[in-house]
Design a protein around this ligand. Structure first.
Ligand code: BGC
Length: 378
């Protein structure tokens, strides 16, 4: 079809304008806000990065501990609320003991007696949970931040160089965490690392969720589904016994969505040992290492739904059993069971359980792990 010259000019102007507008949009997308979050005791400046998406979702992340400080998500009526616990200031994170929102490593969760043997060398770690090692110290380090936003969404890259021998772990370990907030209402976390000596590594994020809004009461009516037919029972010090136990007929069966509070106080030995849920589930992912919908949480009041997808083989459901009146954001006080954590991970104490998926990392290997927190409403 032949077009008149005026028509062609109009079309050209229109397409140039559209290119300009989408350029502006791309620029808006890449404009992550940065604010000072204070200084550490030894004088290191720390910042807060605010990631936003086109749906009004927003997340503040600090390079202190690679920590998610807030996550603002709409409910079924569009009302925006912060669904993660946190502190108002850096001092809260620097003195806090609950790993709230932090990047956890080198080894997420516990290592029995703070010791493991690799290539016939026995390593001794810091004992920070009775006789055990728990979670490591990445949450109290200052990470180097870089804006790596792209068409996928606003994105923050955090890097940290963990030295050989830090907390007793072997190998110099450059580690990278990239947080991306997508327009599909996902907070995507990509972890990567390498090592120069055989070592072990298990990284997670320790967000404490309350889908009704942070500090707004307990989470007992919020529902959880976990795609796992087995879990790893624990001993009196919360170390896995090594057994992979079927969830069938137990309060650990979350294969169908059920409110957290329905069975949490049942007369069950495992619930007593954890003071509630504080266990690792063995995910039914038939293709290890591929992104798998591991769990879903739902708050019937707000309608918020959280889906957790991960490449990891396990997930820890921790129901805030040890929260004991922590003074958090906006004057809120966090009491027992005011939040739940869904920590994607290799199983606790894997280095001491040859039957668990290995958490070893060797020189030449590239550690890669992804977890996505996706929000919808119903
Ligand atoms: C552990 C809990 C611990 C909490 C805070 C969770 O990952 O399983 O036992 O109290 O983190 O450190």
């Amino acid at each position: 079809m032949l077009r008149r010259p005026e028509t062609i000019i109009v079309m050209l102007v229109f397409s140039i304008a559209m290119t300009f507008v989408s350029g502006l949009q791309a620029e808006a997308k890449s404009k992550m806000q940065k604010k000072s979050f204070g200084k550490t005791e030894d004088g290191q400046p720390v910042d807060l990065y605010i990631l936003t998406n086109k749906n009004g979702m927003e997340s503040a992340i600090t390079n202190y501990g690679g920590t998610v400080v807030s996550l603002i998500v709409p409910d079924r009526n569009g009302k925006r609320e912060d669904v993660v616990l946190g502190y108002d200031n850096l001092a809260g994170y620097a003195t806090g003991k609950a790993y709230i929102g932090a990047t956890v490593g080198r080894y997420a969760n516990r290592i029995a007696h703070a010791t493991f043997t690799l290539d016939s060398t026995t390593y001794t770690l810091a004992k920070n949970d009775g006789d055990n090692h728990l979670h490591g110290g990445f949450n109290k380090r200052v990470w180097t931040a870089k804006d790596v936003s792209s068409s996928a969404g606003q994105a923050l890259e955090l890097t940290y160089l963990s030295k050989d021998g830090e907390e007793g772990f072997p190998g110099t370990l450059p580690v990278k965490v990239v947080y991306t907030l997508t327009d599909q209402n996902e907070l995507k976390i990509d972890y990567s690392a390498t090592t120069d000596k055989d070592t072990i590594l298990n990284l997670t994020n320790h967000a404490y969720f309350n889908l009704a809004g942070q500090g707004n009461g307990d989470i007992l009516q919020q529902q959880i589904m976990i795609r796992a037919d087995k879990f790893t029972p624990i001993d009196a010090t919360s170390i896995p016994t090594g057994e992979l136990r079927s969830v069938k007929g137990t309060p650990f069966d979350f294969t169908n969505s059920i409110a957290i509070g329905v069975r949490i106080d049942q007369d069950d030995q495992q619930l007593k040992l954890g003071r509630g849920y504080d266990h690792n589930w063995v995910l039914n992912n038939g293709t290890p290492g591929s992104l798998f919908l591991a769990a879903q949480a739902y708050d019937p009041h707000s309608g918020r739904v959280l889906e957790v997808l991960t490449t990891e083989p396990g997930i820890q459901l921790y129901t805030g059993n040890f929260l004991d009146g922590i003074h958090g954001k906006d004057g809120k006080v966090y009491n027992r069971r005011y939040a739940f954590c869904l920590e994607t991970q290799h199983f606790p104490d894997s280095p001491n359980h040859p039957n668990f998926p290995s958490a070893e990392l060797k020189p030449g290997q590239h550690f890669q792990s992804t977890t996505v927190y996706k929000f919808t409403t119903k």
